[in-house]
Write a protein that binds this ligand. Structure first.
Ligand code: NCD
Length: 307
């Protein structure tokens, strides 16, 4: 079956996941050899209502490396007709006439779903507010498999803003499809993992533990997935934000207790939740993880546009 809209992590099954990963492995070769022209003549629109560096540029680079072209509005909230009061639905109805695929980032949860309802071309959700970020979760899983050799059986600590972090939410949905995965949630009180995800994990019999002691958790997991406290989701609750930041930091003390073959991931951007001293450690996988975003997005564009 052809992959069309990419809206939420729950839409993938293991067979599709392994197809995506094997396409991504091929894309590593394609990129190394200077690209290809399989998407020649195709146009991708990136419509971003929220800031982004990696997601937008890696999608654009992916499209170009496959011979396609890109049209883009990077600050759509201010610079697109949204500023004049146009609805998302109307904008999408117009852009789908100009492009063969639309990559959308929006500040409201559910926006990608709304766009998909009116779009005649594939919509790729590049983050919908505190909702989901499925392509990030795909590159996260791809990174875990590449770094550790397997996904079944891993134990992972998700750390930081678990209430507002859309990447951890999507990642939980995807990881629930694998066997014997154990999750540890380590979050400041004001941003603990939400009930919808916990209920989903319970229903899918994925064991998870809410913990406070990062050092203790760090000593036993295969993956530490650190996240940024999502300041933009706090509105005027500055005090809550200030209370949440700075509590859980990955530094040499955490490195000292980690298993020698464990890895540290982060969707980036980081603020201060991973000390720069960690970057030199071979277990710091976050820059390799960001690079994998290119290969995953090349694979997804190929699959969405050529079937
Ligand atoms: C993340 C996002 O936008 O959700 N960034 C990304 O896409 N790599 C994480 C974040 O902003 O903290």
């Amino acid at each position: 079956m052809r992959l069309f809209h990419i809206i939420r992590a729950q839409q993938f099954d293991r067979e599709l996941l392994s197809r995506i990963f094997s396409e991504a492995r091929e894309m590593e070769d394609v990129a190394r050899k200077g690209g290809s022209d399989i998407l020649f003549g195709k146009v991708m629109a990136t419509v971003f209502y929220e800031p982004s560096t990696r997601t937008r540029l890696s999608f654009e680079s992916a499209m170009m490396r496959l011979g396609g072209r890109v049209i883009s509005t990077e600050n759509a909230r201010e610079f697109s007709s949204a500023a004049k009061g146009e609805t998302l639905e109307d904008t999408i109805r117009i852009v789908d006439g100009y492009a063969d695929v639309i990559v959308l980032r929006h500040y409201e949860s559910g926006a990608a779903e709304r766009a998909a309802r009116v779009s005649s071309v594939p919509i790729i959700n590049a983050g919908d507010g505190p909702g989901q970020h499925p392509t990030q979760a795909l590159l996260d899983l791809y990174t875990i498999e590449k770094e550790l050799g397997h996904i079944d059986g891993i134990s992972i600590a998700m750390v930081g803003d678990l209430a507002n972090g859309r990447t951890v939410r999507s990642l939980c949905y995807l990881l629930a499809k694998y066997k014997d995965v154990k999750m540890y949630f380590v979050a400041p009180d004001v941003v603990r993992m939400r009930d919808d995800i916990k209920e989903y994990l319970t229903r899918h019999r994925v064991p998870f533990y809410e913990e406070e002691d990062l050092k203790e958790v760090a000593s036993k997991v295969d993956v530490i997935y650190q996240t940024r406290i999502q300041k933009e989701r706090f509105g005027d609750r500055i005090e809550d934000y200030e209370r949440a930041r700075g509590i859980y930091i990955i530094n040499h003390e955490i490195l000292d207790v980690m298993k020698p073959d464990a890895i540290i991931m982060h969707p980036l951007p980081r603020v201060d939740e991973i000390a720069p001293e960690v970057d030199e450690d071979p277990r710091a996988a976050y820059f390799r993880q960001a690079q994998n975003g290119l290969y995953i997005r090349m694979a997804l564009l190929k699959m969405v546009l050529t079937g």
